[in-house]
Ligand binder design. Structure first.
Ligand SMILES: Nc1ncnc2c1ncn2[C@@H]1O[C@H](COP(=O)(O)OP(=O)(O)OP(=O)(O)O)[C@@H](O)[C@H]1O
Ligand SMILES: [Mg+2]
Length: 259
């Protein structure tokens, strides 16, 4: 049986907090094109939340949450067969252990999939290079890529080769990738994107914000127009910070008047 992955809606149902008390949020529905950020202090359960989605939790994780697909228990195929799985997760620690070139690595992945575009490898590298300042070349060894290059390649791979409709990104903002470019690209493609973040600008770029505390979803915000003006201001602060970061990287002294 083939299960269509493209139109999947995921529902996250409440579980228990770290204290063992029941969570009280209304089930969270995630549909194609949604952008959701997960915020909260260190240790508040952000990674645990996206892990629940990644493994299609059925009350069998530390949080006791359940994750439904199109309102039902997920099809066996989604869990058993990686090529059917509608979810790609990219974390801070995503690394490639195999000593392959970029082209060999992508070819290996392509060979497990069907119906891909002819130039999918070139397209994947090109897309990844839109997300990172340090260009990736096809003959580079996977193990020699920087953190930012690896993450960019994994995102491009998830989009073009896995073609996953749902992407989970765990704190990728400090990886030296163009977060604006990544988020707008994924949004335009109608992907559902859920990102754990400590970055104010990235948080405000999403349509919905899930606030975690003590292993519990404590708030679900949909700020909409309320934050439109603040978003513009934070965008310019963020651009300024990026410029300063770049200057520091190339060894400049930062003086008050130059900011
Ligand atoms: N609802 C819960 N019930 C029991 N344990 C939980 C729950 N939520 C999270 N935990 C556990 O709490 C610990 C911290 O959670 P997690 O790693 O998800 O935090 P985080 O918000 O991602 O933190 P950081 O910002 O440092 O990455 C983990 O060991 C996790 O398994
Ligand atoms: Mg975490």
């Amino acid at each position: 049986m083939h299960v269509d992955r493209s139109g999947v809606t995921i529902t996250v149902c409440p579980g228990t907090t770290k204290r063992g008390t029941p969570e009280t949020f209304d089930p969270i529905e995630i549909s194609p094109g949604d952008t959701i950020s997960i915020v909260g202090p260190t240790g508040s359960g952000k990674t645990a939340f996206i892990n629940d989605i990644e493994v299609f939790a059925q009350g069998d994780t530390v949080t006791g949450r359940r994750v439904l697909v199109n309102g039902d228990v997920p099809p066996e195929e989604f869990i058993r067969d990686p090529s059917c799985k509608p979810i790609a997760m990219i974390t801070q620690n995503t690394k490639c252990l195999a000593d392959l070139s970029v082209r060999e690595f992508l070819s290996m992945h392509v060979s497990t999939r069907r119906n891909l575009a002819e130039n999918v490898i070139e397209d994947t590298v090109r897309l990844a290079n839109n997300f990172t300042g340090e260009k990736i070349v096809e003959h580079a060894r996977m193990s020699s890529l920087s953190g930012g290059q690896t993450r960019s390649l994994m995102i491009a791979d998830a989009v073009l080769i896995s073609d996953a409709p749902i992407l989970l990104l765990d704190e990728i903002e400090n990886a030296g990738i163009f977060k604006d470019a990544v988020i707008s690209h994924l949004k335009n493609l109608g992907k559902a994107v859920i990102f754990v973040t400590h970055d104010p600008y990235v948080s405000l770029l999403s349509d919905r914000r899930i606030v975690m505390c003590g292993g519990e979803v404590v708030k679900i915000l949909t700020p909409g127009e309320q934050e439109a003006l603040a978003l513009e201001r934070i965008r310019s602060i963020d651009a300024e910070m990026s410029l300063i970061r770049e200057k520091i990287r190339v060894g400049e002294i930062i003086q008050e008047g130059a900011i």
